[in-house]
Design a protein around this ligand. Sequence first.
Ligand SMILES: [Zn+2]
Ligand SMILES: [Zn+2]
Length: 250
Amino acid sequence: MVAWSETARRIERWILPPECIVCQAPVGGTGDELVCDVCCARWRPIDPPFCATCGEPTPLGLACRVCADWPPDFGPVRSAVQLDESVRQLVHRFKYQGWRRLAEPMAARMAPLVRDFGDADLVPIPLARSRRRIRGYNQAAELAGAVARITGQPVRPARLRRVRDTPTQTRLAPEARRANLAEAFAAGANARPALLIDDVFTTGATLFSAAQELLDQGADRVGAVTFARAELPLAGSARRAGRVSRFSPS
Ligand SMILES: [Zn+2]
Ligand SMILES: [Zn+2]
């Protein structure tokens, strides 16, 4: 019997021409890839220097402000690619337009960072129940599953639950995000190291809150890997300033 996922894939291929969903160029090989090699190669990694704990780029050698008050056992946190406009569109399709299979190319970029953390349960950030009902799936769980198929690590979504629905985070300032998330998660007692998996690192407030709960429940160490990372406004302007001075005549 053909597995349902394979059937869905065949239907998808039949309905949709095999073209890259980002640039619409024809995709080669089996025609099974959603994103062409050229578009994947355009995803830019997070360039050093970055903070050893939270992965935030630290241009001009500025001290990191993102993780100053994180619990000492939380980290490292790493992200695979920069959230530029094309990656933003891709994540949007993945999250809101049902393109669950995008988890595969995204996970391929996350897997080396996941391996770097070492032995750990992969724990997807749980979605609020109301949002999960609307969306039908949790994008973080899709990513964790796809990463696990590459690294062979166990996925343990049950280690972390959302205990209350939080209002949407997108328009909140970092401090407000953290207050918004206080006691949003619950975990059972478990000493196994945990690696949180999510799609985008924005301010780190969600990861911080989830990690705090896992550590409170005895997790030996907690890290996180996200697919993309949003640039904080300050870091962006500092980097641009650095770029200007490096290339301007002295
Ligand atoms: Zn493409
Ligand atoms: Zn940091």
